[in-house]
Design a protein around this ligand. Structure first.
Ligand SMILES: [Zn+2]
Length: 120
């Protein structure tokens, strides 16, 4: 069924936390635990291991896209440095927690769509 849907559609479904195959079932049963199989279409995702790719992409995005913006904010800000540090730390933790499952979903989709070894 992986060839029945194009990659862009699969990636969009996965980024929304849905099955990359049908877009109806959930991809995760917990924060970063993917389901063994889609509840709607039965496609298997339990054997797919994204490993360190998702944290790598999260660090890449947060560190290289948002860090320069945060530094620019810190330089231009009139807040005390301790307040900026707290605000930026909370922002980076929040961004990382928000991006990590989406990055993993993207890599699960890539592995599933390409039929990579270990992707069942
Ligand atoms: Zn499905």
């Amino acid at each position: 069924m992986r060839n029945a849907v194009n990659f862009k559609t699969s990636a969009l479904y996965a980024l929304l936390g849905r099955c990359p195959c049908c877009g109806e079932g959930k991809l995760y049963r917990a924060y970063l635990k993917q389901v063994e199989a889609c509840s709607a279409c039965g496609e298997k995702f339990g054997a797919i291991r994204a490993d360190d790719a998702a944290p790598w992409l999260t660090i890449l995005i947060v560190g290289h896209v948002f860090l320069p913006l945060a530094l620019a904010y810190a330089v231009a800000s009139t807040l005390p440095s301790w307040a900026s540090a707290i605000i930026l730390s909370a922002l980076f933790v929040g961004l990382s927690l928000a991006i990590l499952p989406r990055a993993k979903a993207l890599f699960i989709t890539i592995l599933w769509h390409t039929g990579a070894p270990g992707a069942a």
